[in-house]
Design a protein. Structure first.
Length: 160
């Protein structure tokens, strides 16, 4: 396989994993009784910060969803999910645009299970990555789902 083809396949795999994560995020928000849930990518692809807008108890939220494999290619735990360059500037612009609080949802996929963690951007104290290892320990954010069994073929999404 040529490098160009391999790069395209890897980009497609990552994009699909992100889309799968957004579906899991939408379901988890419904389960947590959020209202007015909107996938912002349906209206404007690659919104500055957030993937989803929603409300709960009269509070508006914009949420950046990060879906990753639990383990890296080398087999080590994937402990930090990068939120991207200039995340705080982008989040501030989105907070003003939507009059909402910037949050994140980290979705950790393993071959047979998944976990979902939720938190506010300001909890990260300037860090540009979600420390999923600290989420799992209850130090940052909230654990919404922990190692719940999923029933789909995960081979395509696994890091290679």
């Amino acid at each position: 396989m040529t490098n160009d083809l391999a790069n395209k396949k890897e980009a497609s795999r990552k994009k699909s994993l992100g889309e799968l994560g957004e579906l899991f995020a939408l379901k988890s928000l419904v389960d947590k009784k959020f209202d007015r849930i909107r996938n912002l990518n349906d209206h404007s692809m690659n919104e500055t910060f957030a993937d989803i807008s929603c409300e709960k108890d009269g509070v508006k939220y914009i949420i950046s969803v990060k879906a990753r494999n639990k383990f890296q290619k080398n087999g080590k735990l994937n402990t930090r999910y990068n939120l991207g360059k200039n995340v705080y500037e982008k989040a501030l612009a989105s907070e003003k645009k939507y009059k909402a609080k910037a949050c994140w949802l980290a979705i950790q996929f393993d071959h047979n299970s998944f976990s979902i963690y939720f938190g506010q951007l300001d909890e990260l104290n300037g860090s540009k990555a979600i420390p999923v290892d600290k989420c799992e320990k209850g130090i940052i954010g909230e654990t919404w789902i922990h190692n719940k069994r999923h029933y789909f073929d995960f081979d395509y999404y696994t890091n290679r």
